[in-house]
Write a protein that binds this ligand. Sequence first.
Ligand code: KIV
Length: 275
Amino acid sequence: MKNTIITFKQSKQQGNKISMLTAYDYSTAKLMDEAGINAILVGDSLGNVVLGYEDTLSVTMEDMIHHGAAVARGAKNAMVVVDMPFMSYQTSVYDAVVNAGRLMKEGRASAVKLEGGKEVCPQVKAITEAGIPVMGHLGLTPQSINALGGHRVQGKTQQAAQKLLDDARALQEAGAFAVVLECVPEKLAEKVTKELEIPTIGIGAGAGCDGQVLVYQDMLGMFSDFTPKFVKKFANVGQVMKEAFKNYIDEMQQGSFPSQEHCYSIDDDIIEKLY
Ligand code: KIV
């Protein structure tokens, strides 16, 4: 059954956890969809894990549209949420609505995600009123990495914790259907989750959230540049891939690949008559 914002709402009401992973291409999205994932996030983490940038700031609307559409083609039942890249919504409410619209029309998203609290609520309200579901993102917001001073846990002081809770309430009020909590203390995420009617999706925010999201290269052990404390490796696919690449190189160099079973035949006559 197709997952929608209704699934998110009902999951929270019924206490069913919402599963979400990032994906950036058709084949991976199809595998996740077949595994029964509720939602796929085409995150702007694309910049780090696919494009090899140091941060997410250089990711463009064209990047998100290109990868969003590929994921949407592979996701039959999963809800596809596409990230709004840096400076595609911060500049104005108008830009936000136009760019969210492009992610829906050209990127085939079912919803968009953007980072920030009260300061982006006018954008969240306008996008929602245009008929586009919006997922919020609080805590460690990678597009503000320079303002935050690096990758660090957010909401640790009284003031910061209160701000995060107030921002979460403001996003809900503005019409967001869910909110990602990244890198925040477990007890604060629990409090926010209890206070909100909309579901929280945690990443580095403990088990008390209504759902979880992880970057798929992290949970499969395919990305080694930087591994946050909150990542669990559910498989070491990176190692499996490396071994397969080595085996390919060895077999190809030794001449055992390709073997007969991988070759196409032709009548000897034809070859003999060639001049
Ligand atoms: O871009 C991304 O992958 C994200 C997740 C870390 C939530 O925003």
